[in-house]
Ligand binder design. Sequence first.
Ligand SMILES: Nc1nc2c(ncn2[C@@H]2O[C@H](COP(=O)(O)OP(=O)(O)OP(=O)(O)O)[C@@H](O)[C@H]2O)c(=O)[nH]1
Length: 310
Amino acid sequence: MSKIKLYFLTGFLGAGKTTILRNLLENMEGTKVGVIQNELGKISIDGTVLQNNDIQMIELNRGSIFCSCLRLSFVDALTQMAQKGLEYVFVESSGFGDPSNAEEILAATEVMAPGAYDFRGCICLVDCYNFLDQIGDSETIDRQLKHCNLAVLTKVDLVGSEQIEQVKDKVREINPVCPITESANGNIDRSFYDMDLMLYKWAECEDTTNSSKNKPKTFSMDFTGEIQKEKLEAFLAKIEPDVFRVKGFFKVEKEGWEKVDVVGKKRDYAPYEPQPKSQLVFISKIGIALIREIAAAWEECVGLPMKLNN
Ligand SMILES: Nc1nc2c(ncn2[C@@H]2O[C@H](COP(=O)(O)OP(=O)(O)OP(=O)(O)O)[C@@H](O)[C@H]2O)c(=O)[nH]1
């Protein structure tokens, strides 16, 4: 039996991992595919977005799959996936995932499921729109690039050619060997399937920086009812400086259900299918102080009952 082709997708919060994965999966009807989905928080928004009966999905939430807190569960998930007769497995890491120790995880998987996988590489998505502002924020971005075998510059539709070149220069400073490709509107060139990405290895395996101690705090909000778009906008604008990322679904007056994405200074809305309730996940830049900021901003901009969870 041929080995399962295994790809890791990394990239900072909101870089476009779920978007690219959806795009890849859309063209794989008839192919047996598994997805391991990793989110920092308790609630999986991406799992809902990727839901598809034809795909074998395992969700690992509440941390990074590279951290000691989830590493064994990750090896277990890969071992389970190895028994399902799949052709491809994609792993979507959380935006804070530091894959420096990927080789260690693959070695453990090889013991648990000998000969099951052909690891085809780590693909790091780089958000061209936000990257230059984010690069100083976190060592994670450095590590994700250092340990990738292909960098895909996403959201090139949102920036000019000068900014794309600046991002490329920075990527080259961190990883001089990985191929660099570009992606607009979530579309990805599939020629990487035919490449031996493992030829492009820059850094040796090292300890991950992910730990339960330095994991950013995440909170979620539940809301029943609907609000005007302007109020939701005002609320999100208020908390934007204090969050790395907001994502979820919201019922908006007149417009109906919307998928909400805040990445850096950009807020995106897209029509979405009805959900049992409105739900937003917040990834905090300021620890638990975000609770107070969310409560105050909500009170000022919306003023209706909602429930905050951690
Ligand atoms: N304009 C544009 N927007 C994009 C592109 N790729 C992703 N986006 C948007 O960027 C936002 C975040 O995309 P996701 O795919 O959810 O990002 P992610 O990396 O999975 O996010 P996390 O899992 O939270 O780290 C969404 O609003 C996407 O629609 C792109 O190529 N162009």
